[in-house]
Design a protein around this ligand. Structure first.
Ligand code: ZN
Length: 136
């Protein structure tokens, strides 16, 4: 079982942790703990030979899977391809998807779901450099 903890929280931030990813099991959604309003983030781990027990599709949200460890296969509709640590897979709305671990070590991944087409400004088209005292 995972232990999602709120580490600290301020007016403008929330810091939570699922702990050491090497011992992470199952699935943990994060949005409710952080109060995120733009996306849902989840951590997932699959053991050797294990896949998600169902295919699923999203109506409005695209998903971005980031593979943190292990190797496996990913299926989008009838397309199957190999994935491994470092892979990032973006999946559109209205298609079926599943993920399977084929490595000896568990496959741990992050999935970020956000409304398809919602991203407007990003990186330096949204950000501005500010003057602030560095306390780090
Ligand atoms: Zn999903």
């Amino acid at each position: 079982m995972n232990d999602l903890k709120t580490i600290n929280k301020g007016e403008k931030f929330t810091h939570v942790s699922v702990g050491n990813l090497h011992g992470f099991t199952g699935k943990q959604f994060i949005k409710d703990a952080t109060g995120a309003t733009s996306c849902e983030i989840s951590f997932g781990t699959l053991n050797t030979g294990e896949s998600v027990p169902f295919f699923h599709s999203h109506k409005q949200n695209e998903e971005n899977y980031i593979i943190l460890s292990g190797e496996g296969k990913f299926q989008v509709n009838d397309n199957v391809f190999e994935i491994a640590e470092g892979s990032v897979i973006r999946v559109s709305t209205n298609c079926d998807r599943n993920i399977k671990c084929t490595s000896k070590e568990p496959m741990t991944y992050i999935c970020i779901q956000a409304k398809e087409g919602s991203l407007e400004g990003y990186t330096m088209t949204d950000a501005e450099v500010t003057e602030h005292t560095n306390l780090l």
